[in-house]
Design a protein around this ligand. Structure first.
Ligand code: HEM
Length: 144
């Protein structure tokens, strides 16, 4: 019962960690068509989406830890190790890729074209990284 509860929370937080990122892709397109002075609302929504992804990511990792404890899997299982590496890189990426770029808005370092290009690249890399981890979780490949 407890196992099912954590599995449910885990899958719900996987949805919350990936879902908002897909909404960012069409938003970036809209940002391209908006003049610099009116971009503020979009930048705020972008920051909000990233913070939702971050919070769900914390729930995802916490529920994942409980699932390891409650299920028969161990910390040395290959797909678990790869997931931890994947999650580690994604946390590193989330902090390093989005924050410094978003912070340039409203400063002299701001350049609309490179700002949008960087955010688009970071969003896609993050989506692909999470989709790879999702595949590891679902396929559970035993590599060693
Ligand atoms: C430190 C990170 C994580 C740990 C320790 C972890 C651990 C686990 C474990 C042990 C299971 C199997 C539960 C069972 O057999 O009943 C599981 C299932 C699952 N995980 Fe994770 N997980 C982590 C991160 C993630 C991430 C980042 C995603 C999505 C991107 C994800 C999505 C899923 C899904 C969809 C399942 C259900 C798949 C299935 O059992 O058929 N997990 N996780």
């Amino acid at each position: 019962m407890l196992h099912i509860f954590f599995l449910y929370i885990h899958i719900l937080s996987a949805i919350g960690s990936i879902g908002p990122l897909f909404a960012l892709i069409p938003m970036l397109k809209k940002m391209e068509e908006t003049d610099e002075a009116s971009l503020g609302g979009f930048v705020q929504s972008f920051q909000y989406a990233i913070s939702v992804v971050k919070h769900f990511g914390h729930i995802l990792v916490t529920s994942g830890v409980f699932l390891i404890i409650l299920s028969g899997w161990t910390w040395t299982t290959s797909w678990v190790v790869l997931t931890i590496v994947g999650m580690g890189s994604s946390v590193f990426y989330l902090a390093r890729a989005f924050k410094p770029t978003l912070k340039t808005y409203g400063t002299s370092d701001f350049n609309k074209e490179s700002f949008i290009a960087k955010l688009r690249k970071s969003t896609w890399i993050y989506i692909l990284l999470l989709l790879f981890v999702l595949w590891l979780m679902v396929a559970k490949p035993v590599l060693w």
